[in-house]
Design a protein around this ligand. Structure first.
Ligand SMILES: *[C@@H]1O[C@H](CO)[C@@H](O)[C@H](O)[C@H]1NC(C)=O
Ligand SMILES: *[C@@H]1O[C@H](CO)[C@@H](O)[C@H](O)[C@H]1NC(C)=O
Ligand SMILES: *[C@@H]1O[C@H](CO)[C@@H](O)[C@H](O)[C@H]1NC(C)=O
Ligand SMILES: *[C@@H]1O[C@H](CO)[C@@H](O)[C@H](O)[C@H]1NC(C)=O
Length: 298
């Protein structure tokens, strides 16, 4: 009886160690000269967040407490408004299709710059990256703070460059609502839909799917961000016990983004189907394997 109790106690302690006893703080900062509406999507099987979307004025920030072992993604929606007649909330870029400020479990319509996290993953490390695999809409960086010294590859990452204006013509998204100014930059997969650019079908493995001139455009401008699906080597970062600051427009630049007329989202040339790839399976598998070891002690 006593040994069962002790083992059970050990098991709890081990699970706490594995999953990280304290939660993580994300501070979301808007240094853009315009309002953004952050969207937050939790991966399948992870704890929900206290919010799934809100507005963030220029120069504002918001701290959010993130549950242990959370995985998911965060992005910025731009040029949003609420239709006075229908009450529907829509955004020109990054729209999550919920018709409300809260995204409530729906993801970003590409193109959108994504911050992706798997907290307390393999080896109890936090995995994070900024991805342009679904295209780009705003500059964004992830800056870790307070990570354990010398553990993981705990570096700043992201894409601080403004790529909309310099986006290749075939990828550029412009809208009347922004006076024809580019508001986003599609991935080649989004623009052309071929297996070669999407790393699907015959190109569905890392050895078959190679960088293209289009992914090269993103990689050159933003060397630490994912530029295509198998860009892992230079684009995944890891920390232990860190908090994270996610900044939109880390280096403020003069922007033409503010619009006088209400935006017309229907004018955007960008197809739907945000693919959700954030995977909590690694950390689950790891926790389960430890659980199995602990149980075998009982
Ligand atoms: C954000 O800006 C709007 C428009 O200027 C203002 O009405 C609102 O109070 C601001 N929100 C916050 C939290 O400061
Ligand atoms: C609001 O929605 C209605 C109905 O869909 C549409 O006809 C109208 O153009 C919208 N208004 C604006 C300002 O987008
Ligand atoms: C981390 O960032 C520093 C400073 O930018 C850089 O010198 C170093 O190479 C980076 N490390 C990795 C592993 O990317
Ligand atoms: C969207 O852009 C693609 C690629 O440039 C083009 O082939 C397609 O015709 C465009 N669609 C619309 C509705 O403009």
């Amino acid at each position: 009886m006593g040994s069962v109790k002790v083992s059970f106690f050990l098991l709890i302690v081990i699970l706490c160690l594995i999953n990280g006893a304290s939660s993580t703080t994300f501070t979301i900062v808007n240094q853009c000269s315009y309002t953004v509406w952050p969207g937050l999507l939790s991966g399948a099987g992870t704890s929900p967040l206290p919010t799934t979307g809100f507005s963030l004025n220029s120069s504002e920030s918001r701290a959010i407490s993130i549950p242990a072992s959370w995985s998911g993604r965060i992005w910025a929606r731009t040029l949003c408004n609420q239709n006075a007649t229908t009450g529907k909330f829509t955004c020109v870029t990054g729209d999550c299709g919920s018709s409300q400020i809260q995204c409530s479990g729906t993801g970003a319509k590409p193109p959108a710059t994504l911050a992706e996290f798997t907290l307390n993953g393999a080896g109890n490390l936090d995995f994070y990256d900024v991805s342009l695999v679904d295209g780009y809409n705003v500059p964004m960086t992830i800056v870790p703070h307070g990570g354990a010294n010398g553990v993981g590859n705990c570096n700043v990452t992201g894409c601080g460059a403004d790529l909309n204006a310099v986006c290749p013509a075939q990828l550029k998204v412009t809208v009347d609502a922004a006076d024809g100014v580019a508001v986003a930059c599609m991935s080649a997969c989004e623009a052309f839909g071929t297996p070669e650019y999407c790393c699907s079908g015959a190109f569905g493995t890392p050895d078959k799917c190679k960088p293209s001139e289009y992914s090269g455009f993103f990689k050159k401008a933003c060397p630490t961000a994912y530029s295509y699906a198998y860009d892992d080597g230079t684009s995944t970062f890891t920390c232990s016990g860190a908090d994270y600051v996610i900044t939109f427009c880390p280096t403020p630049s003069p922007s033409t983004r503010s619009v006088s007329r209400p935006p017309h989202p229907e004018a955007v040339n960008a197809s739907a189907a945000a693919s959700l790839a954030a995977s909590p399976t690694l950390s689950v598998a790891f926790s389960l394997s430890v659980l199995a070891v602990a149980v075998s002690w009982v």
